[in-house]
Ligand binder design. Structure first.
Ligand SMILES: Nc1ncnc2c1ncn2[C@@H]1O[C@H](COP(=O)(O)OP(=O)(O)OP(=O)(O)O)[C@@H](O)[C@H]1O
Length: 750
């Protein structure tokens, strides 16, 4: 049995090598832990260092430790045998021996690119590509792609499912995992695309768009660390549940510096709900809303209709419309936002009113009286009448107040949006205390942009923060001297260099700041923005995102056919043209990794029959089951009847019941009654093995088994909801069942 034994030897060889890699990882961890403990002890013993010094050291070691801990699972996944005779191992991070001999190459390094790109036709110097399939820290199997025919006789005896199929067939957990070991060539090309410019990744369901977007973020941070470390990367997804679903991927790739935000949380301090009314979302999403907000702000700078009398300490001054107009025009001419230009307006008005008061007093006390009148300015400034008049003319304003007024006071909306029809304006009306929706977020941002900081001292705060940052840096540098000396005393050498600390401070500061500012600084300018499910974004959302990345470096992923929001896009050209013209590049993903062929085909047939043009990616595998269609007289009993069987198929994996919004409450209650806490409520309950969700909540997610209720309702011809049924049908990785009390949409049954 020579073949078997050679396979056995190969496996043993890899086991030994991989064990060595883990040993090295453990050594590095222990070393970092030791350094961390030592620095903590040393600093605790010294009395001069302040908190920021301690933090600077501790954070650096903690970060590195966290990174080393995060890469434990499937640390290494590949090996390249090159024409040169070199054997190159590819893994999550780079590892070297103490004397700097390379043990493993980071998957993002240029030398690792061929692992994903080499083919039998274009070998790129690769003779053999080996996938290592790990179980815990052991090698469970190896799988070879032999790219050199002369090597064929040496292998081929290794059995088992391919690494890719093994990954695709595994049970879902409610958390997305990385695909770093099995990235396919068409995906890799996009992941490694150059940083500048706008890359649009169009692909049907399950083609790995989300996976590609996340791996690209990790790749860019690794490859362009210098450029991105201070500006940061922003990753935007459709919902909080989706962000939770993907949150572990980047840490598992050793990256924690990406700021993640759902569309509803892009405005700091505001948590917006999805907009329930499609027509409102569409209206508020139109680009012309920018002009409406602009007018609404301008309308808050008001000229009084007539002269106004102001009492200042018993003297009566006159405020004329002409005076106000002139001061307003000069304040506007500063080009500053409303709240900041207000300072100019107020200064001019106070000066003019003080002059008026001075003249009055001079007249009454006789010409030539040169008494000191400097106190008059203070009298004018503190006069209640003056304050009220100036506020009426130019009220300081928050974005929230502006929009609340605009949508709850019809007269204000009419003044700001005279071109809209009465019906359109009526649609946008709502009570003053209504909750914010995702469609409001770009309008709030637009308003914030035009209003500027409410607190005139905010600018000073930024300057103070910068000063504080510099102080921290200086402190940390001093700390380095002290700590190095103490460590040298303790016999520890080479722990830290001045450059490393300075570098760390900058990195840590940038990372902290980027993450912090995502929630506190609306004006943060990112170095790169990754947008997932981008087809749902309205033109106003795009406008907001473009502002967040002035260098216009974007990775945009989505599927036009899955658009379910009326405000969303129906072509990438239409979405991007207003902002970048035709300066964007389209990439396509063509293979469906998620959905078995039978299910994918049924979804495409349904979409085509309904008149939706979909790019039908080729499914990478056949499933064991055809989609099942139940016609039932009563929905809930039919569902409860089907659940035990489907749960058996899902085994330890996940099952989703996807129901139209109208039915969601009733269905959730019925399923909960039988299955209790096993049922996750909404998309937030993805950890549980049964979830009951709407098509929109299901967006971007996947489950072992999916039961779609009342499919025809997700396909209403009076809306653009065709995408909803298409989304729902393309969520399963194993099995799909549809239950309908009415008709079943055409195409599903072949
Ligand atoms: N190269 C790959 N290796 C292993 N798994 C992969 C690969 N590419 C994609 N997958 C898996 O396929 C599934 C679908 O990927 P993903 O969610 O990124 O697709 P998508 O294009 O964003 O889908 P949708 O538009 O339907 O939300 C995921 O489970 C992902 O891990």
């Amino acid at each position: 049995m020579p073949e078997l034994s050679s396979a056995h030897n190969e496996l043993e060889h890899e086991r030994t090598y991989v064990a060595g890699l883990y040993r090295r990882l453990d050594e590095l961890r222990a070393e970092k832990q030791r350094q961390l403990d030592q620095v903590r002890r040393t600093i605790a013993a010294g009395s001069h260092q302040n908190r920021s010094e301690r933090d600077a050291f501790a954070t650096m070691y903690e970060d590195r430790l966290a990174q080393l801990n995060a890469v434990d699972d499937r640390l290494v996944f590949g090996r390249l045998d090159l024409d040169s005779g070199e054997e190159r191992y590819i893994g999550r991070i780079g590892l070297s021996t103490e004397d700097l001999q390379q043990l493993m190459v980071d998957w993002r390094a240029p030398e690792a690119g061929t692992f994903y790109q080499a083919t039998a036709f274009e070998r790129m110097g690769v003779r053999r590509r080996r996938h290592l399939i790990l179980s815990s820290r052991d090698v469970a199997a190896i799988e070879d792609d032999v790219l050199d025919a002369s090597m064929l006789t040496d292998s081929g005896s290794l059995q088992g499912e391919g690494a890719l199929l093994a990954a695709l067939n595994s049970r879902r957990t409610g958390q997305m995992s990385d695909i770093v070991g099995t990235i396919q060539a068409e995906q890799d090309r996009i992941i490694r695309a150059p940083l500048p410019g706008v890359v649009v990744v169009q692909g049907g369901p399950g083609t790995g768009k989300t996976a590609v977007a996340l791996h690209r973020a990790a790749y860019l941070l690794y490859t362009h660390r210098e450029r991105l470390k201070s500006a940061g990367v922003l990753l935007v997804g459709p919902t909080d549940a989706f962000m939770k679903y993907i949150e572990r991927v980047l840490p598992s790739l050793g990256e924690t510096g990406v700021v993640m935000a759902s569309v509803g949380s892009l405005m700091p301090g505001i948590h917006a709900e999805p907009e329930a009314d499609e027509a409102v979302a569409e209206l508020k999403g139109r680009l012309e809303m920018a002009a409406v907000i602009k007018r609404a702000v301008a309308n808050r700078q008001r000229i009084p209709a007539e002269n106004r009398k102001l009492n200042v300490e018993g003297s009566i001054l006159t405020l004329t419309p002409r005076q106000v107009r002139r001061a307003r025009d000069r304040a506007r001419a500063t080009g500053k936002p409303h709240n900041e230009a207000r300072a100019t307006f107020v200064k001019i008005m106070l000066r003019e009113l003080t002059e008026q008061l001075t003249e009055q007093l001079e007249e009454s006390s006789g010409a030539g009286n040169t008494a000191d009148r400097s106190y008059l300015a203070e009298d004018v400034r503190t006069s209640r009448d003056v304050r009220i008049a100036l506020n009426l003319a130019w009220m300081p304003m928050t974005p929230e107040k502006l929009l609340r007024d605009l949508f709850s006071k019809p007269a204000q909306l009419e003044a700001a949006a005279p071109h809209l029809t009465d019906a359109e304006r009526f649609l946008m009306q709502r009570p003053e205390d209504a909750t914010w929706t995702e469609a409001d977020v770009p309008l709030l941002d637009e308003a914030a942009e035009l209003l500027g900081e409410l607190d005139a001292s905010a600018g000073r705060n930024a300057a103070e923060k910068e000063q504080e940052r510099r102080r921290d840096l200086a402190n940390a540098e001093r700390a380095l001297e002290n700590v190095s000396a103490s460590l040298a005393d303790a016999g520890v050498d080479g722990v830290l260099t001045a450059e490393a600390l300075a570098e760390h401070n900058v990195v840590a500061d940038a990372r902290l700041t980027a993450a912090e500012r995502a929630s506190s600084d609306r004006t943060w300018a990112y170095g790169h923005v990754v947008v997932d499910e981008a087809q749902e974004l309205s033109p106003m959302h795009w406008r907001l995102l473009m502002r967040k990345c002035p260098v216009k470096s974007f990775t945009v992923v989505g599927d036009i056919a899955q658009t379910s929001s009326t405000a969303g896009s129906h072509s990438w050209q239409q979405a991007l043209e207003p902002f970048v013209g035709d300066r964007w590049q389209l990439e396509e993903l063509t293979v469906n990794y998620r959905t078995p062929a039978q299910i994918a085909e049924a979804a495409v047939r349904m979409a085509n029959a309904a008149g939706l043009v979909v790019s039908a990616p080729k499914a990478v595998r056949d499933g064991r089951w055809d989609p099942v269609v139940n016609r039932a007289s009563e929905l809930v009993p039919a569902l409860l009847d089907a659940l035990p069987k489907e749960l058996e198929v899902a085994a330890d994996g996940l099952l989703a019941v996807i129901a139209p919004v109208r039915l969601i409450g009733e269905v959730r209650a019925a399923v909960r009654k039988v299955y209790g806490d096993r049922v996750g409520l909404g998309a937030g309950g993805l950890g549980q093995d049964i979830v009951v969700i709407t098509p929109r909540e299901a967006k971007g997610l996947e489950f072992d088994v999916v039961i779609v209720l009342e499919p025809a309702e997700m396909l209403k011809p009076d809306s653009v909801r065709i995408g909803d049924l298409y989304v729902a049908m393309t969520r399963p990785t194993q099995r799909l069942r549809l239950i309908a009390t009415g008709e079943v949409p055409e195409g599903i049954e072949g």
